[in-house]
Design a protein around this ligand. Structure first.
Ligand code: NAG
Ligand code: NAG
Length: 347
């Protein structure tokens, strides 16, 4: 009965989202399909799902708030975090960030903080080394026009870069970006990638609610875990970062990061970066492309610094989570879900 009600509500949510998209003149072929990642390139900046006061979030919230209270045997409610900006850095506004990895580069004598960055879009995709302090692109290699760069991870001194809508991936030598090997992941699509030291696995996302743990040298699939928020699947998992025993997943087209227990897939907490995107957009620093969504989480375990940026964002931020609600109310949870979990689209 409860399940039927939840399913009916999910269907209603999906339907209302669809109608809103139709009403706003969206081309339905560009509606994101979590399984296929459809429309991600063609529609890089869809209707923001959670602009306060928009019809979309108001109606979604209204319906989500009516959800029945979940029974006690389900996973504990996620803890809610907001954030504070610790430091702001320049970021190439023409980088459609798809993968971001912190590193220390000591190759030229003095060590410096750098990022390995993967950029996407056909004809603009690249793998880069970027200086944290200045945002300067130190080195860059363009991908072939047929490749759309995606998640990036450094493992055993090499970089693995995924490509969108394809299981194809590249291993590079960090020193010169020469392709050491062209390979295949076990997934049909490539979105995010990180390295989980605890299980010595690369963790991959493909836009579905699954995190896939693969062997770091052969990329053979070891296990999938479905990411859930109190039992409900969380789709559109995008850029990933392993941070102190959790997997942080950027949820595509939202300002939200799910902090996931890698064993169970349970979202233990949500980090909501409300306002970061909109306040940056208001500064009018964009390059030759309008700013797109949040994407890119990087971590320096030695200093515990957490960095985030987005696609075509002119800035990169060091942020710190700030506890917002250890035991959120039903209303806070409903509000969170309406902005962080995209309603499933009808099949
Ligand atoms: C990674 O795992 C190894 C072996 O389990 C451990 O010795 C090492 O401290 C871990 N490193 C980090 C950064 O957690
Ligand atoms: C998610 O993982 C499960 C379990 O391995 C698998 O059956 C399912 O096909 C996966 N779903 C997707 C969309 O990859």
């Amino acid at each position: 009965m409860v399940k039927a009600t939840v399913m009916a509500l999910a269907a209603l949510l999906a339907l209302s989202a669809l109608l809103l998209r139709l009403a706003s003149g969206d081309d339905l072929s560009s509606v994101p399909n979590p399984a296929a990642g459809g429309g991600r390139a063609a529609q890089p900046a869809p209707v923001p799902p959670a602009i306060p006061g928009s019809g979309a979030s108001a109606s979604a919230q209204g319906q989500a708030a009516a959800q029945p209270v979940r029974s006690a045997n389900q996973a504990a409610a996620p803890v809610l975090y907001t954030y504070k900006v610790v430091h702001e850095y320049v970021h190439d506004p023409d980088a459609f960030t798809q993968g971001l990895e912190y590193d220390t580069d000591c190759s030229s004598g003095a060590c410096k903080d750098v990022f390995w960055e993967s950029t996407g879009m056909y004809g603009q995709s690249s793998v880069r080394e970027v200086e944290l302090a200045t945002g300067a692109v130190l080195r860059e290699k363009a991908l072939a026009h047929a490749d759309f760069g995606e998640g990036l991870v450094k493992v055993d001194g090499r970089l693995l870069q995924l490509t969108w809508k394809s299981g194809k991936a590249y291993w590079y030598q960090t020193g010169n970006f020469n392709v050491a090997q062209t390979t295949k992941t076990p997934l049909g699509d490539g979105w995010g990638a990180t390295f989980d030291n605890a299980t010595n696995s690369i963790v991959l996302s493909d836009g579905s609610p699954n995190l896939s743990f693969v062997d770091p040298s052969t990329l053979a699939l070891r296990r999938n875990v479905q990411v859930t928020d109190q039992g409900s699947p969380v789709g559109n998992l995008n850029e990933l970062e392993a941070i102190d025993g959790e997997i942080w997943a950027n949820i595509w087209i939202t300002d939200c990061i799910a902090r996931v227990d890698p064993q169970s897939g349970v979202v233990k907490s949500w980090l909501v970066l409300d306002g970061l995107h909109t306040s940056l957009r208001a500064k009018n620093l964009a390059g030759s492309h309008p700013m797109d969504v949040l994407n890119g989480i990087a971590y320096d375990p030695a200093t515990k610094r957490i960095f985030v940026t987005g696609k075509y964002w002119p800035r990169l931020y060091q942020i710190e989570p700030v506890l917002a609600a250890a035991q959120p109310t039903a209303e806070q949870l409903a509000q969170l879900r309406s902005k962080c979990i995209s309603p499933p689209m009808p099949q």
